[in-house]
Design a protein around this ligand. Structure first.
Ligand SMILES: [Zn+2]
Length: 412
C-alpha cells in the first residue's frame, strides 16, 4: 500500500473494527486490573506486607482464565523493610509520612528527641556541590554516599535531607545511620526540635517473575516485559503505583487476553517481572538464566509508566533497534498518537539487562503527564484511560506488523 492516505484510511478502518469488537471490554479490563493492583489490598505490591503476592495471584489467575500457560521464576533479594508507620513531629506539628517526610530507605531504626546540635542538614545546593566534587551521577547518589561514609560510626546525629518533593526509592541496602528526607518548605525556619521514631529491618525475601508463553504460527519470539512490583508501604501509608507500573502490567494483560483468543503470527513471551524498583532484580534474574532461546527473539518491548500524558512516547534505546523504532514511529504518526522520540539507552527500566546481553530491546513510556512519581498519590483515579487504550492498540499494531514482516523477509 504505497499511498500514505490509503494506508492511513486502512489503519483507521482496522482500528475502528478492532474498537467495535473488543474495546467495550478493553477499558473495563484495564480499569479492573489497575484498580486491583493499586488497591489497599496489594499495599504498593510490597514484599514485607505480602501485597506483591496478592498481585501475583491476581495476574496468574487472569492469565490462566484465558487458557494461557504460565510459569513462575523465584527471585530472591534483601530489603530494608519499614516495620511500622514512622513518626515525625517538627516543632510540635505531626507530619504526614509519605507526603511531608520519609525515613531514608537505607536508614537504620532510630527514635528520640533531636535538637539543632545533633542534626546535620544537607540541602539540595550542598548536595549539588558535593555531587560535582565527588563526581557522582545524582543527588540521590550523594545522599547514599553520605550515609555510607557514616556507616558504623557512633550514631549521635540525625541526617536531614530537605527536598522539594518527597520521593520513595529503592530499599536494597541498610546502613547504621539515622536519616530522614523532609519537605524543604517545612524547614524554611530552622527546626528547633524533632521527635522521630522509625523501625526497620533488613530482611531476606523472595517473589516471582510471571512468564506466559502465547504460541504463534512461527517459533520466532517477540518478548513483552513490564514490572508489577512497586514501593510497598510505610505502615498505614502505601504507594499504589497505578502508573508505575500497574499501567504497563495491565496493558500486557490486555495484550495477552487478545492474543490468547487470536494467536499472533509469531510467538509472544509475556513477562511480568518483579524487583524492578529494587534495581531491575527480576529482569536481571530472567535475562541471566533465560528460559527462552535468545536466537529466536526478534525484539523486546518493555512498558513502564504508560498511563498518563498526551505528548506521545519516549523510546529508550530506540537507536539500537531502528526497524522497531521506525514501525512504532509510523504507527504513532498515522494514528495521531503523538511523536515517538528516541532516547539514549539507560539502566532506568527492565529492558536494560536484556540489552546488556545483546537483545534488541526498547523501553516505551508515555510522555507529558503529571501523575505523581514514587508518591502515595500515584493513584488509578488520575490516570488517562485514553492513553492506556491507545497504548494497547499501538503495541498490537506493532506486533501484527513486525510479525507480518517475518513472512515477507526470510531469516529475521
Ligand atoms: Zn518506579
Amino acid at each position: 500500500m504505497k499511498s500514505p492516505i490509503l494506508r492511513k484510511l486502512y489503519l483507521l478502518m482496522l482500528l475502528s473494527s478492532v474498537c467495535t469488537v473488543a474495546a467495550e471490554n478493553l477499558r473495563e479490563d484495564l480499569q479492573q486490573d489497575i484498580r486491583y493492583l493499586s488497591s489497599e489490598k496489594c499495599r504498593g505490591r510490597s514484599y514485607a506486607a505480602g501485597g506483591i503476592f496478592h498481585a501475583e495471584r491476581y495476574i496468574v489467575r487472569q492469565l490462566k482464565d484465558c487458557g494461557i500457560r504460565v510459569f513462575r521464576q523465584t527471585v530472591p533479594y534483601t530489603i530494608n523493610v519499614t516495620l511500622e508507620t514512622p513518626l515525625c513531629v517538627l516543632n510540635g506539628d505531626t507530619l504526614r509520612p509519605g507526603y511531608d517526610f520519609i525515613p531514608h530507605p537505607y536508614s537504620a531504626s532510630f527514635h528520640g528527641h533531636f535538637c539543632p546540635e545533633n542534626m546535620e542538614i544537607y540541602g539540595e545546593d550542598t548536595l549539588k556541590i558535593l555531587q560535582d566534587s565527588l563526581d557522582l551521577f545524582s543527588v540521590s547518589a550523594v545522599r547514599r554516599h553520605i550515609m555510607q561514609t557514616r556507616d558504623g560510626q557512633k550514631r549521635s546525629a540525625l541526617l536531614l535531607f530537605p527536598e522539594e518533593d518527597i520521593l520513595q526509592s529503592k530499599q536494597d541496602k541498610r546502613y547504621y545511620t539515622a536519616a530522614l528526607q523532609i519537605r524543604a518548605s517545612l524547614l524554611e525556619e530552622s527546626p528547633k526540635e524533632l521527635v522521630v521514631a522509625h523501625r526497620s529491618a533488613y530482611k531476606k525475601l523472595r517473589s516471582h517473575n510471571i512468564i506466559a508463553l502465547i504460541p504463534g504460527s512461527s517459533d520466532s519470539l517477540i518478548m513483552l516485559t513490564a514490572h508489577y512490583d512497586h514501593m510497598g508501604d510505610l505502615g498505614t501509608i502505601y504507594y499504589p503505583g497505578a502508573n508505575d507500573n500497574a499501567s504497563g502490567t495491565a496493558v500486557l494483560m490486555a495484550l495477552a487476553r487478545h492474543y490468547a483468543e487470536d494467536p499472533p503470527a509469531c510467538s509472544l513471551l509475556v513477562c511480568l517481572l518483579t524487583g524492578e524498583e529494587q534495581g531491575l532484580l527480576g529482569a536481571e534474574h530472567f535475562a541471566a538464566s533465560p528460559r527462552y532461546d535468545p536466537e529466536r527473539v526478534i525484539c523486546l518491548i518493555n512498558l513502564d509508566m504508560v498511563g498518563s500524558g498526551h505528548k506521545g512516547y519516549g523510546m529508550v534505546n530506540g537507536a539500537a533497534c531502528p526497524k522497531e523504532a521506525a514501525i512504532l514511529q509510523e504507527i504513532c504518526e498515522t494514528l495521531d498518537f503523538g511523536e515517538c522520540r528516541i532516547r539514549d539507552n539507560s539502566p532506568n527500566s527492565d529492558h536494560y539487562p536484556f540489552t546488556k546481553r545483546g537483545l534488541r530491546a526498547i523501553f516505551l513510556y508515555s510522555s507529558g503527564g503529571e501523575q505523581p512519581y514514587h508518591h502515595p498519590d500515584d493513584i488509578a483515579k488520575t490516570l488517562d484511560w485514553d492513553v492506556l487504550e491507545q497504548t494497547v492498540f499501538l503495541i498490537r499494531e506493532f506486533i501484527d506488523r513486525r510479525s507480518a514482516a517475518l513472512k515477507t523477509v526470510a531469516g529475521q
